[in-house]
Design a protein around this ligand. Structure first.
Ligand SMILES: [Zn+2]
Length: 104
């Protein structure tokens, strides 16, 4: 992770998966954080793992390995305020379905 002058932390090496910034209102004012495409990050990690797999079979779980690697090394690499956000794009209807949310 690397911070710019505003304290926005960046996930170094994931520039192609950078989507933009998001603003969050906090007790100390507006904080701007970097937003990354989580699905694209996982796809790249899984493709790299598959490319390095010498005995690739149907049994391989490179997506699972990618998720585990990302959770530990990218999403779980907490270094303080201003951490990036890793987004999974979905429609509101998809989100409602997922969390069983019903509007009042
Ligand atoms: Zn494999």
């Amino acid at each position: 992770m690397k911070a710019n002058g505003e304290g926005t932390l960046l996930a170094v090496g994931w520039e192609d998966e950078f989507l933009g910034t998001a603003s969050q209102f906090t007790a100390s004012g507006i904080r701007r954080v970097a937003v990354y495409d989580l699905v694209a990050i996982l796809a790249k990690l899984a493709n790299e793992a598959q490319a390095m797999c010498s005995e690739h079979t149907q049994e391989c779980d490179h997506i699972g390995e990618a998720i585990e690697f990302a959770e530990f090394n990218i999403l779980g690499a907490y270094v303080g305020q201003g951490m990036p956000v890793f987004m999974t794009r979905k429609t509101f209807a998809e989100w409602q379905e997922e969390v069983d949310y019903e509007a009042e």
